[in-house]
Write a protein that binds this ligand. Structure first.
Ligand code: GLY
Length: 374
């Protein structure tokens, strides 16, 4: 079977879905090719933090901030288009310090906040203890980042899948890419089961797997390397706080979910390859952190644990824009720890790139051409 479209998007995570929806709403015909089911990778494994501070180095800081500012409007649009709710919390984030390392991390976050004009304030310990009663008595300082947000990323995948299809996106699931051909007329993407998708543009949004189709390409598609960095997570239930947001120490974090749940994340494992597994050591790290930060949660039930793969580039910045070797291919990948946050922003940039034929200036720092040799 041959699928023909103006643009094929490779990868049905939040970034790929958001790109496909934005393009379809701009009047472009789009086929979205997904190896498994939508959001099956990092998009569902994430905790849904919209946190521009801490994980966004250098030029990514202002981009992350702009992306956070636009998320709420985007969330409401997706809710309306899909008829589905996407839970969100507006309390912001608390960064708490238990030891000297945490204290140094707090100072770094405060400095980064000042640099990008993000609001940060010292919080009253008494007030915080009232809202987070399980917080360790050893916490001696708390920063409140009122601008940070959390969303239910799993609900966002479900709603966005519907919204994209309503916009006209053709969704092809189980599309396991074996080869990408780039002849002068039409790009051709082959699946293991014989399906072929042809298009004028290809958006590469396959997260940690983005390098795989390119390595199997007969035409030598030049995508800068992307490597998987595993993150393990777990979920507790029975947490009743008046605080509806994020509590983190500079290293790990907890994020409220639903009425009484808490997500705890995440390990950072660059040497685990593509193994999407939880391990004794990984979960022990999360549980140790939980017990030290919230000592009275020891009797709560762990309801789930899982792992996901963050797509990392050599300089820690995403790859967004046309590939120097063939500008018909547009990268929308390498978002590392910021995929949920940057999905709507990336979609706008990718849609503009396809429609106007060049990368908008605001995305220049993420241009894949930065890796091109002389
Ligand atoms: N965005 C949080 C993480 O990657 O762990």
């Amino acid at each position: 079977m041959t699928i023909s479209a103006d643009v094929v998007v490779l990868g049905g995570g939040l970034v790929g879905l958001a790109c496909a929806r934005a393009l379809a709403r701009a009047g472009v015909s789009v086929a979205l090719l997904e190896r498994g089911s939508p959001g099956a990778g990092a998009s569902s494994a994430a905790a849904g933090m919209l946190a521009p501070l801490g994980d966004a180095p250098g030029p990514l800081g202002p981009i992350a901030r702009a992306a956070r500012d636009d998320w709420e409007l985007w969330r409401r649009a997706i809710e309306e288009e899909s008829g589905r709710k996407i839970e969100a919390g507006a309390d912001g984030a608390l960064v708490v310090a238990l030891d000297d390392d945490d204290q140094r991390g707090l100072q770094e976050i405060a400095a980064q906040a000042a640099e990008i004009g993000e609001k940060v304030e010292d919080a009253s310990l008494a007030e915080i203890r009232r809202r987070v009663p399980d917080l360790s008595p050893a916490v001696h300082r708390v920063l409140h980042l009122p601008g940070e947000r959390r969303v239910d990323n799993v609900a966002a995948v479900a709603a966005l899948t519907i919204a994209a299809q309503h916009a006209g996106v053709r969704l092809e699931v189980g599309f396991d890419v074996t080869k990408i051909e780039l002849p002068a007329n039409r790009i051709r993407v082959h699946a293991r089961d014989g399906r072929i998708a042809t298009a004028g543009h290809l958006v590469l949004a396959a997260g940690a797997s983005s390098s795989l189709p390119s390595s199997s390409s007969s035409s030598g598609l030049l995508l800068p390397p992307i490597s998987p960095v595993r993150g393990q997570m777990l979920r507790l239930t029975g947490v009743r706080w008046a605080w509806d947001g994020i509590v983190r120490r500079p290293s790990l974090y907890s994020v409220r979910r639903g009425e009484s749940d808490l997500l705890i994340g995440a390990t950072v494992e660059p040497n685990a390859g593509f193994a999407v597994e939880t391990t004794v050591g990984g979960l022990a790290t999360l549980l140790d952190w939980t017990r030290r930060t919230f000592p009275t949660l020891g009797d709560r039930v762990v309801t789930a644990s899982w792992a996901g793969l963050r797509p990392a580039t050599a300089d820690g910045l995403p790859l967004v824009g046309p590939l120097p070797g063939d500008p018909r291919v547009i990268a929308a990948t390498g978002h590392y720890r910021n995929g949920v946050l940057l999905a709507p922003w990336t979609a706008d940039v990718v849609a503009e790139t396809v429609l106007h034929g060049c990368l908008p200036e605001r995305a220049r720092a993420l241009d894949p051409a930065r890796f091109a040799g002389p």
